[in-house]
Design a protein around this ligand. Sequence first.
Ligand SMILES: [Zn+2]
Length: 146
Amino acid sequence: MTVPRQAVLEVLSADDRYRSAEEIFFQLHEQYPAVGLTSVYRTLTLLAQMGLVERFDMGDGKARFRLRTGAEEGSSCRLICTNCMKVEPCDQEAVEDQAASGSMDDVTRSLETEYGFQLRRRVVEYYGLCVDCRRRNEEKRSQEEN
Ligand SMILES: [Zn+2]
């Protein structure tokens, strides 16, 4: 294994947060000063092509990466914390049951009638704050109030 690859994998395997190339670079820099940002980019692209790393665009123009764990494969939906970038798989059906709305059935139907498209799999992503970040926010707020 090459040094940049080992360094990048070390950072990514710490937890399942998404990280930008810059974040990964800063995290590995102390231990691997010889690994530059360009080679972090190159390594991430390669690891994504190999299917070891998941690349994800949050819509802010910055690609983020994390190790593919396999835990999310069977899950049809994900909860993405926009604060710490932690990702949790969730049970889409359970979520929809809780919401008590049949709106996704309408989507399935309209995809079929409008486009002749048979829906087989959908991926839903919920963006928000995870339970840890919410707690931290509330603690910060109550400290500011006191
Ligand atoms: Zn969070």
